[in-house]
Design a protein. Structure first.
Length: 194
């Protein structure tokens, strides 16, 4: 996680839980992966990227890419040499700013611009057979974040962070939202959808 982050806290990754371990368990090779979606470029989200360099496409937002290459708080060596592509924000029907990307152009997977924790962070909204699954990235660290309106500990813009968190809260209460998952929620239980 880098020297500075390591001096403040220690990341723990139990044996057998690395990206490489999980791919091996699933019988998937990294070159079988069509998309690696980097919601933002903080070290705890890109530290395993070197194991995925031969994925077909590695994608992050243009705003996040610019911020990560200009601002402090990022460890550029973690993505150095990675073939990262960027996307421009477009008008979409979802999100706190109605900006993002309809990844496949068919309304089944949206990259939703949800800034605040970082300048260019996005969340992932996936259309399932029975409703929507929202992968909220670090808009909040757990379900309590949006139910109690607790902003992430690190923000680049508190106003945007609050607006993004309010959108996640509002979206989570929709009848067609089957689940919202925050990246750091230790209590998340994936749902089995029939």
């Amino acid at each position: 996680m880098g020297r500075l982050a390591y001096s403040m806290y220690r990341g723990m990754l139990p044996e057998g839980y690395s990206i490489l371990d999980n791919l091996n368990t699933l019988g998937v090779k990294s070159n079988d992966i069509d998309y690696v979606l980097l919601t933002h470029l903080h070290s705890d989200h890109v530290s395993g990227l070197k194991h995925l360099l031969d994925a077909k496409k590695i994608l992050t937002g243009e705003l996040e890419w610019k911020a990560a290459n200009k601002k402090i708080g990022y460890i550029k060596t973690m993505w150095e040499g990675a073939p990262i592509e960027t996307f421009h924000l477009k008008d979409i029907p979802y999100g706190p700013f109605n900006k993002g990307l309809d990844l496949f152009g068919d309304g089944t997977l949206y990259l939703i611009h949800t800034p605040g924790h970082t300048d260019g962070m996005f969340s992932v909204l996936v259309k399932m057979n029975v409703g929507w699954l929202l992968l909220a990235s670090d808009v909040g660290y757990s379900k309590e974040s949006w139910t109690q309106m607790i902003l992430p500990g690190v923000t680049t813009n508190k106003s945007y962070a609050r607006r993004s968190l309010e959108w996640v809260r509002d979206f989570s209460s929709r009848e067609d939202c089957i689940q919202v998952i925050a990246n750091h929620d230790p209590f998340i239980k994936p749902k089995i959808i029939e």
